[in-house]
Structures are given as structure tokens and as C-alpha cells.
Ligand binder design. Sequence first.
Ligand SMILES: C[S@@+](CC[C@H](N)C(=O)[O-])C[C@H]1O[C@@H](n2cnc3c(N)ncnc32)[C@H](O)[C@@H]1O
Length: 243
Amino acid sequence: MPAAPEHITQADWFDFVPALAERSIDLLYVDPPFNTGKSQSTATNTYADSWPTTDAWLAWFRRRLEPTLPKLRPTANLLIHTDWRTTHHVRLLLDQLLGEDHFVNHLIWSYGLGGSSPRRFARKHDDILFYCISPKDYYFEPPMVPATSNRMKGQLKKATDIIDIPSLNNMSKERVGYPTQKPLALLERLVGACAPIGGTVLDPCCGSGTTLVAAKNLGRIPVGCDQNENAIQIAISRLAAKS
Ligand SMILES: C[S@@+](CC[C@H](N)C(=O)[O-])C[C@H]1O[C@@H](n2cnc3c(N)ncnc32)[C@H](O)[C@@H]1O
């Protein structure tokens, strides 16, 4: 039984998973709270982002990821979006749950904006771990981006594992007032590459619904949840605006 089209609801990821059919998902993208130790807020919305230890965060994540794996098709992919706080732990967890040979890429989202520090190199990227269910048979369509070298000027080339897309600034028209909203261009790059047209894209921490909008824009079926009521309202209205 395939997952229902545009299945978006307010729920904890843990409680949402049993409703999904086995082997129904083509791409799992998760952008969980990063365990920054503080609430993430805008003027209108907030979500908690603090666990007592990294181990507690990892246990929270593992408890949800593990039951999600049987819901993925044999050709499916996983993209787990984290940062310096947890990416190394998540990579070891995925190696353990799936096998080291299921690792495909460690993508760097280089976003540019933000402050600097006199104590270290400025932290200006997030980490997106790309794993597959079947190393010999996973979906991938390399994204094409404008070439930058003089030799290839005006031509397209296959994108690398460094994704240079600016984060949304405060004046961006794309902003919907949800904290840590990701740019649509980033999610369109990822969804277009890692899920087939007509395939089902699951985002179980969907926030303002950026992944789901990207999926819909690109002819994929969006499925998602978030435990935050406002997030779901925003995600539903963003998707409705696409109908
Ligand atoms: C980093 S934000 C996602 C932002 C999203 N990618 C966007 O572009 O708007 C993480 C989200 O995870 C949600 N969340 C936290 N714990 C959750 C849980 N147990 N189940 C579902 N969602 C959860 C939060 O409410 C928050 O919206």
C-alpha cells in the first residue's frame, strides 16, 4: 500500500511512523533539532532544541530512525541534516544500522550568513549525510549546476558535494516566520537528485514544510509530520498555495 498523497499531520515522528506502509518511501530527509542547547525562535514561532547530553540526543534520534528504516524502498535514500555537534555520531549510527558501504556522500551545505569568532574559523556549513538502502541499486540523478571555470563558461557541470546556497536572510521573500527554515533551492537540489519523479518523500521533522514544498514542486509526493502545531499549519498552507 503506498503512502497517501500529501499526508501531512501534527505528530511526533515516533508516533507517525507506524502509519506508513512498509517499503513505501523513496527519500527520507530529516532536519532534526541540532541540540544547540537553546530554543529556536522567531517573533511568532519557537521549538525546543536542548537535550541534557549528546548521548540523550542520539538516543532520541535513534529511537525514531530505527523504526523508519523498514518504511524505505530498496532503492531509497536517506539524507540526514545535522551540524558539527552531532554529525560524527549520526555517521557512526548509520554505519551501524545500515553498514559502512551504504554511505554515499557527506554533503556540505555552505550557507555563508552569520557571525564570526576570534577563537576559531567561522562555522559556516551544515552537514548532510547521504546513505542508501541498496549500494548497488539506489536512485541518483546528478544535479547540473553552472560551471565556474573559464574553460566551461556558459556550460553546466555535475554538482559536487559542496552546496553553495545562501541561507535565507531576514529580508528574504521566502521567509515564513519559522525558525531554522531551510532555503527551497537547497531542498530542490536534494530532492531532485535523490528521489524519482512520482516517488514519495518523507520529512518527519518538517518544520515549515520546505522539503514537502520542494517535493511537490518537482512532482514527488510529500509526506511529513512535525510535533509543533504552528509548523504544520505553515507547512499545510505553503503546500495549499501550490495547488
Ligand atoms: C530544524 S527544524 C526543521 C526546519 C525545516 N527543515 C524547515 O525548513 O522549516 C526541526 C523541527 O523538528 C521538529 N521536531 C522536534 N522534535 C520532533 C519530534 N519528536 N517529532 C516531530 N518533529 C519534531 C521541531 O518542531 C522543528 O520544527
